[in-house]
Ligand binder design. Structure first.
Ligand code: NAD
Length: 343
C-alpha cells in the first residue's frame, strides 16, 4: 500500500519483537513493517507465523551491522521510522563471549542510526519537518543503571546514573549513549525506553521463566542462582509493547522513558509461584510438588542484586499503565508454555 508509512523494526523474530509486530500491525492499518533479523540462535520465525501472509509485513534476513544492506532497505522501502529491538540479550552468554555483544549491540546500533540519520537528512523535503516525522526508537533495558540495594524506596528513574555491571548491560548502555549523541549532535528524532524484565509467550528457552517451566515439566532439577533472593521487576511482554507504542507515537523527541510494572519478585518467589500453579494444572503422578526440583547453583558472576523501575514519567506524562500484574500475567504465560511443551 503506497499511502502507508513503512517502518523498519529490527530483531522481531526474538521474544519482544515477535509479540510487538502482530499487535502493531493489527492496531495501525496505515503502517507497514519491514522486519530485519539475522535469525541468530535467539530468533525463530515460528514466532511470527501469524504475520507471514499479511501484505503489510515483510521479513528480511540480515545483520544490523551490514551497512550496505541497511542503506538498501532505507532506499527500497523509504523507511520513515525505526524501532530497534535487535540485540544479543542473554547476560550469561555475555559473560562467556562479550565480543559479539559489543559487535551487535554497539556497532549494530551505530550502523542503524547512522544510516537513518544520513538517509533522513538527505531527503529533498525540509530538513526540520523531516526530522519531526522520522523517529528512531531504541529499545533498552533497566540493567544499564546497575544494581539497587534492597531498600524498597530506591528505584531507577530516568536520571539514575548509568553503572552497568555485565558485558550485556555495558553494551546496551553504550548503545543508549550513541542514540543520545545522535539526538544532541545531529538533532535526529530519537527516543529511548529502558524496560525491566519481560515475561510472556515466545521467550527463548534459555531465560529464567521458560527454564523453570521446561525443567519442571521434564522432571529435571530447576537451577536457581545463589540464594535465589535477587530481585527483578517483572513486566508482561504485551504491556511493554503497549508502552513502546505509546512512547513511539507520543513521547517527546530526545527523551528517555522507563517502563516497569511495579512487580518486584525474588527469583525464589518466581519459582515457587510457578511450581504452585503447575502443581494444580499438571499435578505430578506421585503427587509431590514441583518445588522439590528446585536446586541452588553457583551464583552468576557480577550478579546484580536488585532492579526496580520507577515508571512515573511514563505514567504521568503519557498516561501508560500496565494491564497485567504478575499474578495474572504468569497464569497466561504458563498456559502458553504448556501448549508449547505439549502438556
Ligand atoms: P531476543 O534475544 O529474544 O531477540 C533478539 C533478536 O535479535 C533475535 O531474533 C535475533 O535473531 C536478533 N538479532 C541478534 N543479533 C542480530 C543482528 N546482528 N542483526 C539482526 N538481528 C539480530 O531478545 P528480546 O528479549 O526480545 O529483547 C529485545 C530487545 O529488548 C533487546 O534490545 C533487549 O536488550 C531489550 N530488552 C529486553 C528485555 C527482556 O526482558 N527480554 C528487557 C528490557 C529490554
Amino acid at each position: 500500500n503506497n499511502e502507508n508509512k513503512t517502518i523498519l523494526v529490527t530483531g522481531c523474530a526474538g521474544f519482544i519483537g515477535s509479540n510487538f509486530v502482530p499487535y502493531f500491525l493489527e492496531k495501525y492499518e496505515n503502517i507497514n513493517i519491514v522486519n530485519l533479523d539475522l535469525l541468530t540462535y535467539a530468533g525463530n520465525l515460528e514466532n511470527l507465523k501469524e504475520c507471514e501472509k499479511n501484505p503489510r509485513y515483510k521479513f528480511i534476513k540480515g545483520d544490523i551491522c551490514n551497512r550496505e544492506l541497511i542503506e538498501l532497505i532505507f532506499n527500497e522501502y523509504d523507511i520513515k521510522g525505526v524501532i530497534h529491538f535487535a540485540a544479543e540479550s542473554h547476560v550469561d552468554n555475555s559473560i562467556k563471549n562479550p565480543g559479539i555483544f559489543v559487535q551487535t549491540n554497539v556497532n549494530g546500533t551505530y550502523t542503524l542510526i547512522d544510516v537513518a540519520y544520513k538517509y533522513w537528512m538527505n531527503k529533498p523535503f525540509s530538513y526540520k519537518s523531516n526530522y519531526q516525522d522520522c523517529r528512531f526508537h531504541h529499545i533498552s533495558t533497566d540493567e544499564v543503571y546497575g544494581t539497587l540495594s534492597e531498600d524498597p524506596k530506591e528505584l531507577f528513574t530516568e536520571t539514575t546514573p548509568y553503572a552497568p555491571n555485565s558485558p550485556y548491560s555495558a553494551s546496551k548502555a553504550s548503545s543508549d549513549m550513541i542514540i543520545r549523541a545522535y539526538n544532541e549532535t545531529y538533532g535526529i528524532n530519537t527516543i529511548i525506553t529502558n524496560c525491566s524484565n519481560n515475561y510472556g509467550p515466545k521467550q527463548h528457552d534459555e531465560k529464567l521463566i521458560p527454564t523453570i517451566i521446561r525443567k519442571a515439566l521434564s522432571n529435571q532439577s530447576i537451577p536457581i542462582y545463589g540464594d535465589g533472593k535477587n530481585i527483578r521487576d517483572w513486566l508482561y511482554v504485551l504491556d511493554h509493547c503497549k508502552g513502546i507504542d505509546l512512547v513511539y507515537h507520543t513521547g517527546k523527541k530526545g527523551e528517555t522513558y522507563n517502563i516497569g510494572g511495579r512487580n518486584e519478585r525474588t527469583n525464589l518467589q518466581i519459582v515457587n509461584t510457578i511450581c504452585e500453579i503447575l502443581d494444580k494444572e499438571v499435578p505430578k503422578n506421585d503427587k509431590t510438588s514441583y518445588k522439590e526440583l528446585i536446586t541452588f547453583v553457583e551464583d552468576r558472576a557480577g550478579h546484580d542484586r536488585r532492579y526496580a523501575i520507577d515508571a512515573s514519567k511514563l505514567e504521568n506524562e503519557l498516561g501508560w499503565k500496565a494491564d497485567e500484574n504478575f499474578d495474572t500475567g504468569i497464569v497466561k504465560t504458563i498456559e502458553w508454555y504448556l501448549g508449547k511443551y505439549n502438556k
